[in-house]
Write a protein that binds this ligand. Structure first.
Ligand SMILES: Cc1ncc(COP(=O)(O)O)c(C=O)c1O
Length: 368
């Protein structure tokens, strides 16, 4: 086990209780940040060092910082939830720590040991515990660990210095006033990731690659983009920031079956996706990883065998898909309202995260 002591240098002027509570009343997503951040440096030959908890503050970067030019950057996203007894627990932080290592390997960056990742998240949540919204609703504290290269120079190569940072931001309920289905634009020409590329890494470049299609989707009146595989432009992969799940059957005594696109290397292995495969089985559904083509998506919706489709990810947990639109047509999922299986899975997972449901899989990481 590799650990690193974190030096605590807390802020001398954190936000007042009244100011913080005013922000927590309407936190939105990613708009407000807590009083502190954790920073840890890595230098070639020395490894990880200088772990500190410091006041949240802007960074000062040399204009020739390598990240600004060549995009060696990775990040994670996970949530801390207030539990019924007032304590705080994060959801599956080890899974994020391991995916952060996978992303680092893919971008030739230094790999942060899992224990250090966990300690950094815990230290920040512990310090800024008052920022974790109260138990009761779906609000949480979103943690954003990330890492950038800090070497200065314009030569294209893996950097010899990195900076790991964790910041935190209170997150409101994704759907205020009830779960609402999203509309999807099927991108048949622009792809997000290619075989052998960086799709399975959580790196800024993948999101930059998705923005133009996202802008096209908005012009088409759609909320999100669904990407297809880059070779045949046929197999459904994922949305720009969420995985997809297809619900077959259900009704008339049949067990519903959840199918999610299998991990090919070009899509992100979502922690929510993985958790839902287990939750689905816990609820008595079948659950499998497979392949779904766009033709199948449309045909099975039209013949009634594909009853529900939803997207899943840390931010919204589960988002039902209402309508799907592409250059070649448009269809509606079910009757366009959130499906029964979608809502059951959403409630079951949120119950575990909020400490109401039994944590059968040991996913919750309580803060000491
Ligand atoms: C591209 C992409 N796919 C899937 C997900 C869902 O992953 P997770 O469930 O770990 O949040 C995310 C978001 O985090 C994402 O950015």
């Amino acid at each position: 086990m590799t650990t690193l002591p974190i030096e605590l240098k807390p802020s001398s002027n954190p936000l007042s209780d009244a100011e913080r509570e005013a922000l927590l009343a309407h936190p939105g997503f990613g708009r407000h940040f807590t009083d502190h951040m954790v920073t840890i440096k890595w230098t070639e030959g020395r490894g990880w060092h200088d772990a500190q908890l410091v006041p949240y503050a802007p960074l000062s970067l040399d204009p020739a910082n390598m990240t600004l030019h060549y995009g060696q950057e990775i990040f994670e996203g996970l949530k801390a939830y207030r539990q019924p007894d007032g304590s705080v627990a994060t959801f599956r932080p080890e899974a994020n720590a391991k995916r952060f290592q996978l992303s680092a390997r893919r971008l030739a960056m230094a790999e942060l040991p899992v224990e250090i990742f966990l300690d950094a998240c815990d230290a920040l949540v512990q310090q800024d515990k008052a920022w974790v919204p109260p138990h009761g609703g779906e609000e949480s504290l979103y943690l954003r660990p990330f890492m950038i290269a800090t070497e200065v120079g314009l030569g294209v190569k893996p950097a010899n210095e990195y900076l790991f940072i964790v910041i935190a931001s209170p997150a409101g309920a994704y759907f205020e006033g009830g779960v609402k289905p999203v509309s999807i634009w099927l991108s048949e020409d622009r792809v997000r990731a290619v075989p052998g590329g960086m799709g399975e890494a959580k790196t800024g470049g993948n999101y930059a690659a998705s923005l133009l299609a996202q802008a096209e989707a908005a012009r088409q009146g759609c909320d999100q983009v669904a990407y297809l595989d880059a070779v045949e432009h046929k197999w459904v992969e994922e949305l720009g920031g969420m995985n997809l799940c297809f619900v077959y059957g259900g009704g008339e005594g049949r067990k519903p079956k959840i199918v999610t696109p299998r991990l090919t290397g070009s899509l992100l292995a979502g922690v929510t996706r993985d958790s839902l495969l287990s939750v689905a089985r816990d609820l008595g559904y079948e659950a499998e990883e497979g392949r779904v083509s766009i033709d199948q998506w449309r045909r099975d919706t039209e013949n009634g065998s594909l009853t529900e489709v939803f997207a899943c990810g840390t931010a919204a947990v589960i988002t039902p898909v209402g309508t799907v639109k592409s250059a070649s047509g448009e269809w509606t999922q079910g009757d366009g309202t959130p499906g029964e299986v979608t809502l059951a899975l959403r409630a079951a997972l949120l119950d575990v995260q909020r400490g109401i449901g039994e944590d059968k899989h040991g996913w919750m990481h309580p803060l000491g």
